[in-house]
Design a protein around this ligand. Sequence first.
Ligand code: FMN
Length: 201
Amino acid sequence: MKLDFDAPPADPFDVFTAWFDHAVEHAGTPNPNAMTVATATLDARPTARIVLLKQYDHRGFVFFTNRESRKGLDLATNPRAALLLHWDNLDRQVRIEGPIEQTTEAESDAYFASRPIESRLNAIASDQSRPIANRDALEARRASTDAVYADGSDPVRPPHWGGYRVRPDRFEFWQGHPFRLHDRVTYVVDGEAWNTMRLMP
Ligand SMILES: Cc1cc2nc3c(=O)[nH]c(=O)nc-3n(C[C@H](O)[C@H](O)[C@H](O)COP(=O)(O)O)c2cc1C
């Protein structure tokens, strides 16, 4: 989709879908669903890391993680996040900001169950973001987890593992141009509608 930055569509989710689909289908877009998620502590220290966008719809953008991780601790006290997707081969970036909420237990269960067994066992074995002495200690934790499920029973989703949904109140779509005269448009929520604004590069 060629976005008309002078007359953008009313619904930013339509733009996102068109751009995301294009990135996914475009040969050579590596990890099109990789995105930076930025959080901040209550005393305004920002942190950022990459996660995978796993679901989105008009309710928001969902990723899954360990809620006792560093990002999880940030979000427990300051439940807002900024997301950034960058598709280098398309010279595009999308910025998404908004309050964040936890996905429901059923949503987290469904996604956890859809993951490969190895990923589920590793999620159980790892207290994400906590220190560990060395690789051997990490593998020993995984071996203990394997022992628990040696009877072939289904690994149980840890209660602290699940999804977060960012409910956007602001989007920005950015299209690069040669020599930096780029196109940018923001969408800022206004009740049920979105106000758009073109920004200088
Ligand atoms: C391409 C890529 C995808 C990743 N996807 C996820 C993910 O979906 N969920 C997750 O918890 N960590 C993911 N990670 C690891 C995170 O970047 C990060 O190391 C981890 O979540 C711990 O971050 P924190 O200590 O800030 O909470 C991914 C890393 C990369 C490079």
